[in-house]
Design a protein. Structure first.
Length: 199
């Protein structure tokens, strides 16, 4: 089944714009710009939505829930129900602490791994959605509180690394959307074989 709904997890508001937890929004914003798409705020879904008619008779929806990270599933459940999108046709794009900064992984199942946005999706949608996981790890210093780390801003050096990898993120996302999960996993996950998987 092809992907019909691409949702990036993040927090709305200027205070969260450059935080690690909003890396999914950075990537989907860049992807939307590359496709020439415009965001529209839909209060009924509590989300920003961009319509993408990527092929004749085929529409995809790019989504940024405005519910704050911990309640992302509410907005996605509402949108998916309205457009009759099954969970297996939903792609979630989000930051992942278990993956090294600059790398990505694709997966389909697993627990939330401590990510409150993913936990909300699992609660409201159930398992089975596709995951495009953007590395923000490792957490340094190790003793830093998890919330402080993910809501902290990238350092200048980290931002430079992310900018260098932006094309990699976008190409990987395009590969996933065009060629499917198996091909994307085979190509993108191979770089990360020595990293711990999120279970």
């Amino acid at each position: 089944m092809s992907i019909s709904l691409v949702a990036a997890l993040g927090n709305p508001g200027r205070d969260y714009a450059d935080t690690r937890h909003n890396l999914g929004w950075v990537v989907i914003d860049a992807f939307a710009r590359r496709q020439g798409l415009a965001w529209q705020k839909h209060s009924r879904f509590d989300a920003e939505v961009a319509r993408w008619d990527h092929a004749p008779g085929q529409t995809r929806w790019l989504v940024k829930p405005l519910t704050f990270m911990n309640d992302s599933g509410t907005a996605l459940q509402s949108l998916a129900s309205f457009h009759k999108v099954p969970v297996t046709a939903i792609l979630a794009v989000y930051d992942d602490l278990t993956i090294e900064l600059g790398r990505v992984k694709v997966s389909v199942t697993g627990s939330a791994g401590g990510h409150n946005g993913v936990a909300s999706l699992l609660s409201h949608l159930g398992d089975g959605f596709i995951r495009y996981r953007l590395g923000i790890g490792p957490k340094e210093p190790a003793q830093m509180d998890l919330k402080d780390f993910v809501l902290g801003k990238f350092t200048p050096a980290q931002l430079s690394l992310l900018n260098q990898n932006l094309d990699h993120y976008l190409q990987g996302l395009d590969l996933l959307l065009q060629s499917g999960v198996a091909q994307a996993m085979n190509t993108l996950n191979r770089r990360d074989q020595n990293e711990p998987d999120q279970t």
